[in-house]
Write a protein that binds this ligand. Structure first.
Ligand code: GCW
Length: 713
């Protein structure tokens, strides 16, 4: 009898006490029942959902709140059409809800705009209720997700007085998805868009994709790779795109397409794609009309032109502005946008790739049409584990610049390495460009406040795919989440974002949540330590970019080879971008430029980015560069090992399924960190000719072995 009781208790503990098995599909919208003491707190505040009206967005709000609150509170939260008791959550706009209209909040709501919202605890008709109101239905949807988040993270909801509006207008996920279902730089399965089944069959998963995006404020989705296939612009594909747009629309996610600049030739049979040719311009105009006919809220075109082999206006001796403005004219009558990418670097003998985008585009400041945004990667080279901010930020005050981040981890261990990218993006957003004196941060360029821009945007290259858990690694869902939150408010602290995500996705148990938050917040620095410390960059294996290959010199273009970037020799290490070298440090405004340019004031995190530094150079620690470099590599490895131990100790707190899967990924991360350390240290040692400092482990293999074949993922 006693034995049976114990067995039952153990079973109950396994099934109910500890989190249930979870495949991660639900992301941060899990809505599992809260601890009963919290249910008791919330129950009187959320007795019913009061959403009146019947538009697709209002219906989405109603079902999200009913499902979410019912799940969280462990029993039905019904719909109420009127207020006849305390605890109704009234949601909508002054037009959709007579109760909200009665509050006479029009002026405040107008200030917040159609995507902003107000959440207040008020008395209505003698009852205590919560009102979530907006000028627009999308704002009401965003407010509803915010309200759910408060409860998911166990925040009080009894005296709410919250107003919010997005700081950036266009908050976009860019998918580098090919029409054959593969994803360029995608590490979480195949594309989410099943082109052959569309438009007749639409994967129900797309609805969950739209919900997840709306829950963090993402309002745009670029469906196809910027290395574009013109096919997407055929009538056949546009009908498929329209079916996707129909699913996204209630959730406020507008679709964008990558336009191949030579499409008039490929699809229209024209002899040229010269932007000055009136027939070409007319072709695009007609194409734009056709698209908007099918998709009235179509966002616009994203264009990668004259970059990495893509066609563009320069093919016809025209400029980037000529190309962008021609497309802009075609889209303008429909309020469509052109997002022109600044990722341009033509190889010239002896040039510095880090300066190329600035040289190519800065001279056109002020020349782009009103409906063009220029999309600029966070750093001047290419989504490296750490880069200084791009000098175009603060360098083109009369142009609408849109930062582009990479959520998918092309250079950061694919979906195998736990790296919380909010910290990296914060570093960029907080960087001071000094364009208008101190305080001219990249965040202020992004939100347009620095130069009073009319249009603003932020893009993130998506890390999603067909994997059941969306992002391949459970923790990397946090980067999708963080991107959306930062696009909504570029000043949000990384700690807050991590805390929200952990509470919603993993656990609200304070001690465990604290440990996980610390791991996440330390992770970026740790990865930089074992991959590219002290300003090293672009030293990964060619082509796939997984694992180290600082020795690589086989690419046809010099600027695709790691040796071009690290410039190791007997004297020292690093790329001299000061006056004695390429002088591209001169693209920054004076105080920034001077700080980077002087060896004594350059932040050590960027030392080898801007300077060729002697091996025996004294670092701030008192150690010489060589010793410091080797110790950074070791520190990265040590961090992964410590993290594995900490994660193992969380076994009882996180459900076994996700816990086990993360543990497996951490084992790969340790293997890779060791590999990075050993390969880099052994290779650079052939130049420094110095022994490894105390504390750095002896490499497991020889340099020849590391060179022989790359790491596999
Ligand atoms: O980081 C590089 C990638 C390419 C990508 C390119 C870009 C879509 O290696 O795969 O192409 O950037 O941003 O255009």
């Amino acid at each position: 009898m006693i034995r049976l009781l114990v067995a039952c208790l153990v079973f109950a503990f396994l099934v109910g006490g500890v989190a249930k098995a979870d495949d991660g599909y639900r992301l941060w919208l899990r809505y599992d029942a809260l601890p009963s003491r919290m249910i008791a707190v919330y129950r009187p505040r959320v007795a019913a959902v009061g959403v009146t009206g019947n538009s697709p967005t209002l219906n989405a709000i109603r079902s999200e709140l009913v499902n979410g609150l019912t799940g969280l509170l462990g029993s039905a939260v019904p719909v109420a059409s009127d207020i006849n008791r305390d605890g109704v959550v009234v949601v909508g706009t002054p037009r959709s809800s007579t109760l909200i209209a009665r509050l006479r909040w029009e002026t405040q709501l107008a200030q917040l705009g159609p995507e902003g919202f107000r959440i207040r605890s008020v008395k209505l008709g003698g009852h205590s209720v919560t009102v979530i109101a907006s000028e627009g239905e999308l704002g009401a949807l965003y407010g509803s997700f915010h309200f759910l988040r408060l409860i998911q993270t166990l925040q009080p909801v009894n005296r709410l007085d919250i107003t919010q509006k997005p700081r950036v207008q266009l908050r976009m996920l860019d998918h580098w998805d090919n029409l054959d279902g593969s994803v360029e730089r995608g590490y979480a399965g195949r594309s989410l868009w099943n082109w052959s089944a569309l438009p007749d069959t639409v994967d129900p998963r797309l609805l969950d994709y739209a919900r997840a995006n709306a829950s963090i404020g993402i309002n745009g989705s670029l469906l196809n790779n910027v290395n574009a296939n013109a096919q997407i612009l055929t009538g056949e594909y546009l009908r498929k795109v329209a079916a996707v747009a129909d699913v996204f629309r209630p959730y406020g996610v507008r679709v964008f397409l990558s336009a191949r600049f030579s499409a008039p030739m490929e699809l229209g049979g024209l002899k040229t794609a010269d932007p000055f040719d009136p027939v070409v311009a007319a072709w695009w105009k007609k194409k734009a009309d056709e698209i908007f006919q099918l998709i009235p809220d179509f966002g616009g075109f994203v264009v990668k032109a004259n970059s990495e082999g893509q066609p563009g206006p320069r093919t016809y001796n025209r400029t980037h502005v000529d190309g962008a403005n021609m497309l802009a004219a075609a889209l303008a009558p429909h309020n469509g946008l052109v997002i022109w990418r600044a990722f341009v670097y033509d190889m010239k003998p002896g040039y510095d790739r880090a300066g190329a985008a600035y040289e190519n585009l800065q001279p056109f400041d002020g020349k782009f049409a009103a409906n063009v945004l220029l999309q600029v990667k966070n750093g001047p080279i290419d989504f490296q584990p750490r880069e200084p901010f791009h000098p175009l930020f603060g360098g083109m005050p009369a142009t609408q610049l849109m930062p582009e981040f990479q959520i998918t981890q092309e250079y950061l261990g694919f979906s195998n390495h736990l790296v919380f990218l909010a910290s990296m993006w914060r570093e960029v957003l907080d960087s001071d460009t000094y364009a208008k004196g101190p305080g001219s941060t990249v965040a202020k360029v992004a939100d347009g406040s620095l130069d009073s821009q009319r249009l603003t945007g932020i893009a993130g290259v998506a890390n999603t795919g067909s994997d059941r858990n969306w992002t391949g690694h459970h923790f990397l869902q946090a980067n999708w989440y963080a991107f959306g939150r930062l696009a909504w408010n570029p000043d949000l602290p990384s700690r807050q974002i991590a805390g929200e995500w952990i509470g919603m996705t993993l656990t609200n148990e304070p001690k465990a949540a604290g440990t996980i938050a610390r791991i996440m917040l330390e992770s970026h620095e740790a990865v930089v330590d074992y991959m590219t410390p002290l300003g090293l960059h672009h030293i990964m294996w060619g082509g796939h970019h997984y694992g180290p290959a600082p020795w690589w010199d086989k690419e046809p273009r010099a600027d695709w080879n790691p040796v071009y970037y690290h410039r190791a020799d007997d004297r020292g290490l690093g790329f001299d971008r000061t006056a004695s070298g390429s002088n591209t440090v001169g693209q920054y405004h004076p105080p920034v430029r001077d700080r980077f340019a002087k060896l004594s004031t350059c932040p050590e995190a960027f030392l080898l980015w801007f300077h060729h530094v002697p091996w025996e150079h004294r670092m701030k620690s008192g150690r010489i560069l060589w010793d410091e470099l080797a110790l950074h590599y070791q520190r990265g490895v040590d961090w992964v090992r410590a993290t594995r131990t900490e994660w193992d100790a969380l076994a009882g707190v996180i459900d076994a399924e996700r816990h086990g899967e993360v543990a497996k990924k951490l084992a790969i991360q340790e293997r890779d960190a060791i590999w990075w350390r050993d390969a880099c240290v052994l290779y650079f040692q052939t130049f420094s000719k110095r022994p490894l400092p105390a504390g750095v482990e002896k490499p497991a293999r020889t340099l020849a072995e590391y060179k022989e074949k790359s790491l596999t993922w």
